[in-house]
Design a protein around this ligand. Structure first.
Ligand SMILES: Cc1ncc(COP(=O)(O)O)c(C=O)c1O
Length: 434
């Protein structure tokens, strides 16, 4: 095996925050900024990891669809995976490499289109596979298509029900019992691989447990497969990722199943910590505590903050509060802590909220290095994943601009948000214009 790369050698957290330059003052807000140097750092690491472990890493587009960077990503990864027709079409147009697609259920017209260009198609039930078998067999006469089934290992270490694909009553993946019934009824001829996805921001120890369950429940079916896909949720580019443990897990697995190509399809790990959301303070109001209203919104621009929930790291752009070229990060104050009078009375404590009508459009509570002022700029970290693909225009909120930060070249506005992003989603814009 080649030398394993060490995730601790990825650009450090400090280097990542030092990417926040005063020039962030020059761009229009709100804006997502995608940092190519940080993205490339992750990609080079993943490329080394895939080579060292002799696995294929493909890119789960659902986490990051900033497609002007797809040519860069495709230089380092074997291909991409899509959650349905539209992401698959985006891959066809923008991402050279293998195209995989998995959806919990397909419509006939989607399948017809997908079978024209995808390389791998995964089904979530025997019934869906059988429904489209004739179309698949027809398409296979013209081109090579690999077919997979997603199974449910019925174990996940994920604590949040919202993100647990292996939780009770989950619709995602075929359970061992349903699989056995499916095999008894239809056999497995024409199935090339098995897929599971049961991790969320997890380390190799979680993979070990999921894999043990997968093997225990599906061992009879693994050997005839030509490939296996271990899904996403692997936090490969996180500094504490247990890469040696991952190598051990794969070594042991291959003693039993040496012939199968192993795929991983992470999303988050590709763009982890490689982007920002920049905003500006519009007003500061007082209701027991100080509340700064910013021109971005948790519910519209960073919905995971509410869904997970979590509080994102934030920096105040002020050169005076920049030590050794590194900005000083605001301290996150827990909601419970904020209930204590001593904390409420402390200086420079602010709650940050969006300008929508939703009372819960709250980004978090923070202690800043100085009192906030109108027009101050704030930079939220780790915003190059999931945030920009989950945006909405509730209340007519403008979408953030999409901006690329190129090392040595500065900012390039890739897409400016307009009123028409809002209007176009809600009706037929062209019919009203004449
Ligand atoms: C089937 C599947 N594959 C891959 C991923 C990517 O996961 P992550 O971004 O956590 O790595 C997801 C995320 O939900 C998924 O559902």
């Amino acid at each position: 095996m080649r030398q394993l790369p060490n995730p601790k050698k990825l650009l450090s957290q400090q280097t990542r925050t030092s990417g926040i330059k005063p020039a962030f003052h020059t761009i229009e807000t709100p804006a997502y900024v995608f940092d190519l140097e940080l993205l490339t750092d992750n990609l080079k690491y993943l490329d080394q990891l895939a080579k060292a472990l002799d696995v294929k890493i493909i890119f789960a587009q659902k986490s990051y669809s900033y497609y002007s960077t797809y040519p860069l990503i495709s230089k380092y990864l074997s291909g991409s995976t899509a959650s349905g027709l539209y992401e698959a079409l985006l891959a066809k147009e923008e991402f050279p490499g293998e195209i995989h697609v998995y959806s919990p259920a397909y419509k006939t017209d989607e399948i017809r289109q997908l079978l024209e260009f995808v390389d791998f198609i995964y089904f979530n039930s025997f019934a869906q596979w059988q429904k489209y078998l004739d179309l698949i067999n027809q398409a296979k006469k013209a081109r090579k298509i690999q077919v997979g089934l997603r199974v449910n290992p019925e174990y996940s270490a994920t604590e949040h029900d919202l993100y647990n694909p292996a939780g009770r009553f989950s619709r995602l993946g075929i359970t061992a019992q349903a699989f056995e019934q499916g095999v008894a009824e239809y056999g497995l001829e024409g199935i090339d691989g098995l897929h599971f996805h049961a991790l969320c921001q997890e380390n190799a120890d979680s993979l070990a447990k999921v894999l043990t369950n997968f093997e225990n429940k599906f061992s009879a079916y693994i050997k005839p497969m030509s490939w296996l896909n271990f899904g996403g949720g692997h936090h490969f580019t996180e500094a504490n990722y247990q890469v040696d443990l991952l190598a051990d897990i794969l070594r042991n697995f291959r003693l039993k199943y040496p012939a199968q190509t192993i795929y991983f399809e992470p999303g988050e790990a590709i763009s982890l910590d490689a982007g920002y959301l920049v905003c500006e303070i519009l007003d500061i109001v007082q209701n027991e505590i100080k509340i700064a209203i910013v021109d971005t919104s948790a519910t519209c621009h960073m919905p995971d903050v509410l869904e997970m929930p979590y509080t994102p790291r934030v920096f105040l752009l002020d050169e005076q509060y920049c030590e050794d070229d590194y900005y000083i990060e605001a301290e996150i104050i827990d909601d419970e802590l904020l209930k204590e009078q001593t904390i409420i009375k402390m200086d420079n404590i602010y709650r940050l909220g969006g300008p929508t009508c939703l009372a819960g459009d709250i980004i978090g509570n923070y202690k800043f290095p100085r009192p906030l002022r109108l027009n101050d700029r704030l930079v939220f970290c780790d915003m190059a994943l999931y945030a920009h693909v989950k945006t909405n225009t509730f209340n007519g909120m403008p979408l953030p601009n999409l901006v690329t930060l190129k090392s040595g070249e500065g900012f390039e506005v890739e897409r400016e948000a307009t009123y028409f992003d809002f209007k176009n989603r809600l009706g037929n814009m062209t019919s009203r214009q004449d």
